[in-house]
Write a protein that binds this ligand. Structure first.
Ligand code: GP9
Ligand code: MN
Length: 634
């Protein structure tokens, strides 16, 4: 009885924060519902965790007395309402979530403010419903109809315990639900492909606060010494001067096709007399092919491939630059081309929040981004429903309308895990005694389908006279994680452990000034300077890659995904393979083409040089050290 009385006392003392936290939950659900943020799936965890945050924010009011109480509640309400409204308007306009790191760019957002303000419809005031509640409570208190309960010292301690308990239970529930559904709490972040998912699970205010905390922590990660070291290095770099082949494709459109999970092993390979990629095999004969080309992706998969290719910087080992550094200043390939009179577009059949593309694309220099909403889906095919064939077919009229010269990046989807395709689109047949498992077979079917779609696209480009006026680049983004390279590939000695990160690169030059196979070892890091040279626009000085068409030396550095430490270096003279502990001295050094290791000291300089470059790359990204072109001369 006594306990019940006490409980009622506390409930009474905390009635206002409880009501406001409840309203906060409702506002969050309305936010998710209006913007279609997967509300139906994660309603419970989003509500529980938002309530916990509501108690954390509004709860401390019980420690204040008299008027201060209402000022405190008004301040918290103001912050919450402002966040809801800003996020709502930003998402309605950009199809992306406003990140804490973007706040300093708020002025720029206001430049489109006129348009944003048209989205400010009366219904949005639902996000300010907390204010009248506080005002009514103030009024009632003033008239002595609502008694203020002042907590004693001991009661305050109990209140702290209650708040901490609610908080632990709220966030603990998310952890529990995630582990129950996915076997692991880390999944909330490990598979952070679509920010829609995260926001749907934890609520928009939680998302923003977490992003702000991460931003605060990020600042501390780059030391002044590291910054100065990187700046000095950057200052010492010179912009590449014209080299062989400079401007060979000058003025041409750049049609850049990034193919999902495409591994090199599929190229020029047959299954029971059927070519897996007949159309790409044909395209290779119309340009130059790089069979020893590697992906560099880390946690960000497709997004990392885009990041590395367009910036010639390494991906970050434990973060995804597309998400965590979307607001940096970059001098990416689309920006460089825009600066040189190009019109730049990206086309991809996914939702714009996936990999935070709608936030980072303008920063990379894309002038327009065509997303899933810009395509129709006659029938659902594979991952995210828009089949590659429909994607390419519907891209043709768009490309036809682009003012020239243009850069059009087309990112495919259908060969994405789990590689599900309708039966009539699975046209490869496997011999009865194949050693391939079901997943590998499905993967090859999807690659075969993607190849057919690209083949039709190339034919249509020819019909529309876009083939001869363009440079066509095809590149795989990363491996398929199916062990297909091991299953189909030949023994490649030292490379065996790395061959699933071999992805094809084809630069098709309809003028056939470039032809044959270029067998040097290179990676995504090298594409930017290579294309810039061909298109006759000097790449910026900071790029870490090399122009593959102007070098005879191989260089590929593979990093471990989490630690970012060097796992392997392949160069023309020496190869380095690290040990599991990542300590340099415990690794192995090989002279090229030798199977027996030589002294580890032989690899010291190579290792040190590449470690420096990696450090520079991470510091440049984390410290936002790339100057925009306009500031270059300063
Ligand atoms: C998502 C698509 C696939 O839009 O690009 O991304 P992935 O899962 O390969 O990183
Ligand atoms: Mn991918």
């Amino acid at each position: 009885m006594k306990f019940l009385k006490k409980l009622l006392f506390y409930l009474n003392a905390a009635r206002l924060p409880i009501v406001l936290a409840g309203i906060f939950v409702v506002q969050n659900q309305i936010f998710n519902f209006w913007l279609h943020i997967v509300p139906q799936l994660y309603l419970v965890r989003a509500s529980v965790v938002t309530f916990a945050l509501g108690i954390l924010l509004y709860g401390p009011v019980v420690f204040f007395e008299k008027r201060l109480r209402y000022w405190y509640l008004l301040l918290i309400s103001f912050i919450i309402s402002l966040l809801f409204i800003s996020e709502y308007l930003y998402y309605s306009y950009y199809r992306a979530f406003l990140q804490a790191s973007a706040l300093k760019m708020f002025k720029e957002s206001l430049a489109v403010g006129g348009t944003i303000l048209t989205l400010l419809t009366p219904k949005i005031f639902i996000f300010t419903i907390n204010f009248p509640i506080i005002l009514i409570a103030t009024l009632l208190a003033h008239q002595n109809k609502l008694r203020q309960i002042i907590l004693k010292k001991l009661e305050k301690i109990v209140a702290v315990i209650v708040i901490i308990t609610i908080l632990t239970m709220g966030y603990g529930w998310v952890a529990y639900a995630e582990s129950r559904d996915w076997g692991n709490i880390k999944q909330l972040y490990a598979n952070l492909w679509d920010l829609n998912m995260l926001v749907g699970k934890v609520g928009i205010v939680n998302f923003f606060i977490e992003d702000a905390i991460k931003l605060g922590l990020k600042g501390r990660k780059v030391t002044v010494q590291d910054k100065n070291f990187a700046k000095e290095w950057l200052n010492g770099q010179k912009t590449a001067t014209s080299t062989a082949g400079f401007g060979l494709a000058k003025g041409r459109n750049l049609i850049f096709i990034q193919v999902e999970s495409l591994e090199t092993v599929s190229i020029n390979t047959k299954i029971d007399e059927q070519e897996i990629t007949p159309n790409l095999n044909k395209l290779i004969t119309q340009g130059i092919y790089f069979p020893n080309y590697f992906t560099q992706v880390s946690q960000g998969n497709t997004a990392d491939a885009e990041f590395v290719i367009l910036n010639s910087l390494y991906p970050l080992p434990s973060q995804v630059a597309f998400i965590d550094y979307a607001q940096n200043k970059y001098q990416a390939l689309p920006s460089l081309l825009t600066k040189n009179g190009y019109h730049t577009y990206s086309l991809h059949g996914d939702v714009p929040t996936f990999w935070n593309r709608s936030n980072i694309y303008p920063r990379l220099g894309y002038q327009k981004y065509f997303t899933k909403a810009d395509f129709t889906i006659p029938r659902p095919v594979g991952f995210q429903d828009l089949g590659d064939d429909d994607f390419f077919k519907q891209s043709i009229p768009k490309l036809k309308n682009f003012p020239q010269p243009f850069m059009a990046t087309l990112i495919t989807l259908s060969s994405h895990t789990p590689f599900e395709l309708p039966p009539d689109l699975q046209t490869l047949s496997f011999p009865a005694d194949t050693n391939l498992n079901d997943e590998q077979k499905k993967y090859l079917q999807s690659v075969h389908y993607a190849d057919q779609s690209i083949g039709t696209f190339i034919d249509q480009l020819k019909e529309e006279k876009l083939f001869d006026t363009s440079l066509i680049v095809v590149v795989g983004d990363h491996g398929s994680y199916t062990n297909i390279s091991q299953a189909l590939g030949k023994d490649e000695g030292l490379l065996n452990n790395f061959k699933d990160s071999k992805v094809p690169l084809i630069i098709a030059d309809p003028g056939i000034k470039l032809e044959g196979d270029n067998t040097i070892m290179s990676s995504h890091l090298d594409l930017y300077p290579t294309l810039a040279n061909l298109l006759g626009v000097p790449a910026p000085s900071y790029v870490l890659g090399k122009d593959i068409l102007n070098t005879t030396s191989s260089l590929v550095v593979r990093r471990a995904p989490n630690t970012g430490l060097i796992k392997a270096i392949f160069s023309s003279n020496l190869n380095y393979i690290s040990s599991n502990d990542g300590v340099f001295e415990n690794g192995k050094c090989f002279q090229a083409n030798k199977n027996e290791p030589t002294s580890i000291k032989d690899c010291q300089t190579l290792y040190d040089d590449q470690s420096t470059k990696i450090k520079i790359s991470d510091t440049v990204v984390r410290g936002n050290l790339i100057l925009p072109f306009a500031d270059e001369s300063k």
